[in-house]
Design a protein around this ligand. Sequence first.
Ligand code: ARG
Length: 290
Amino acid sequence: MEPLATNHNGATPGATPIRASSRPTFLMCPPRHYEVNYVINPWMAGNVHRSSRHEATRQWEELARALGEFAQVELVEPQPGSPDMVFTANAGLVRNGIVALSSFQHKERQGEEPHFRRWFSESGFAVRDIPRVTPFEGEGDALFEADGSRLWAGYGLRTREASHKQLTELWGVEVVSLRLVDPRFYHLDTCFCPLSNGDVMYFPGAFDSVSIGKIEMHYAKSKRICVSEEDALLFACNAVNVGKTILLNEVSQELCARLEARGFQIIQLDMTEFLKAGGAAKCLVLRLSN
Ligand code: ARG
């Protein structure tokens, strides 16, 4: 892959402009300041100061390298005092060159907002704000159906449901709101993953019954891949899917076999250092291209 050096706005020097690239493009943030030093989700409890930056760097570089095989990776400069900035999925939600910038629920992460704002505006994106009164945590809580026809949006734990209306207005897309009820699965991308072939991988235990009904209404039974609690706790749903390739933390052989039977190529990566903060592969990347 291209060298992971950054210039002032985090873009790889000499790289193809984001919107002109023919490859899918993702934003990542090097874990130079990554650590667990506060608790805003159940994963972080008991892990304060227990992550290894050395090991986290190795795992992050492995993910960036694997992703770089088939995608363009852009970088945003990490900032001291923002240890969770590495989870770029929470920077905002991007579609058609427009970014709905996140408005974090917890003050611990609000300091990331100006840095992401600067990166997006310097990189040519149209920046739209979501007001503080209706927290919205970006692609962590909002996932487009592979064909872009629908936006699945989580609420109840981090993102406020009222922010979903603004997403509908921004892109003129149908937004299906899903209520998250299990604090271990506090972002939609920890328990729900629309796949490129129109299938969906999800952990039903993370949703209320009305939301399960919505998922079952939109996806035929043959399109639904239900994940066990054990795999869900290994962040199986926190998967990066581009075409036939799926990158994810190490999960059960049984789940890998089910995905492979559907034609996917599975790349398992050790994400344990990031699990300590409540994230894995998908939280570490933000899709910039459609
Ligand atoms: N410690 C971070 C938080 O609690 C982890 C974010 C994980 N990101 C995600 N898209 N699920 O906000």
